[in-house]
Design a protein around this ligand. Structure first.
Ligand code: HPA
Length: 273
């Protein structure tokens, strides 16, 4: 058996020993949104450290817990914190939790993250529906021997973000009277923020927002046949667009300030899924 497949199977088994909850939806909470998980009454909570093969995030604002709960009548696995490539983890390690949850039955991935706005029409605190991504600057999570139990060697990426689910998020925004931007998310390697020249390059390539997490997760989930949808909280305007230097504190602070409307959108979307 492929060593990665074995690690995923072990991780699934160590979750199964603790709960028989079968998640339908995986909801990944980005920077500043983790506090949402503290407001829920989960059926089961597992620290990543308790799950064989799950890496623990070293980043401030990423707690590292998996919660199983029912949200708006749907069975949801909430990832409170994720690991990033810049922490030194391989793309395969970064997506191991997702693949584990896919192997436990999850069919939908709802990604949330904090991202820098590249599009001049965006403002900090805006919510952006991710309609597509650029992952060309990061290593693929599918590199190496194909895990054929999840999907094919050369998976199609023509509609990574499910058009049906995107429509539901648009409808949810309307129902909740929230304004929703849309755009292309470009994943950078990090951990350093970009330079002004890099931001000009990414804008020329069609990016509307930049971040350090999400595209590899979306790729692995599509490979595994999951339906994917994602929303970014624009925590700041990207480097060179204002005179202020960027900081992780600013990213977290805007995330916290926008958390209420972000979570209203997430809840209403999940209700419609
Ligand atoms: N760049 C990259 N990642 C980010 C940013 C940014 O400006 N803001 C939040 N995540």
């Amino acid at each position: 058996m492929n060593p990665e497949s074995l690690l995923i199977a072990r991780a699934a088994e160590s979750i199964r020993k603790k709960t028989d909850f079968i998640p339908e939806i995986v909801l990944t909470l980005g920077s500043g949104l983790g506090a949402f998980a503290d407001t829920l009454k989960p059926v089961c909570v597992l620290d990543y450290a308790e799950i064989d093969g799950f890496a623990v995030s070293t980043v401030e604002g990423h707690r590292g817990r998996l919660l199983f709960t029912t949200l708006e009548g749907k069975r949801v696995a909430l990832m409170q914190g994720r690991v990033h490539l810049y922490e030194g983890y391989s793309p395969a390690e970064a997506v191991r939790p997702l693949r584990t949850l896919a192997s436990l039955g999850a069919k939908t991935l709802f990604l949330t993250n904090a991202a820098g706005g590249v599009n001049f029409s965006f403002s900090p605190g805006d919510l952006m529906l991710i309609t597509d991504h650029v992952s060309s600057f990061v290593e693929s999570p599918l590199r190496g021997e194909n895990l054929s139990e999840f999907g094919p060697r050369f998976p199609d990426m023509s509609a990574v973000y499910s058009p049906e689910l995107c429509d539901k998020v648009r409808k949810a925004a309307k129902n909740a009277s929230l304004s929703l931007k849309e755009g292309v998310y470009l994943q950078t390697r990090g951990p350093q923020f970009e330079t002004p020249a890099e931001i000009r390059l990414y804008r020329a390539l069609g990016a509307d927002a930049v971040g350090m997490s999400t595209a590899v997760e979306a790729i692995a989930a599509r490979h595994a046949g999951m339906s994917v949808v994602g929303v970014s909280c624009i925590s700041n305007l990207a480097c060179g667009m204002t005179d202020t230097p960027l900081s992780h504190e600013e990213v977290q602070e805007t995330g916290r300030a926008a958390a209420k409307k972000f979570l209203a959108l997430v809840r209403e979307s999940i209700r419609l899924f």
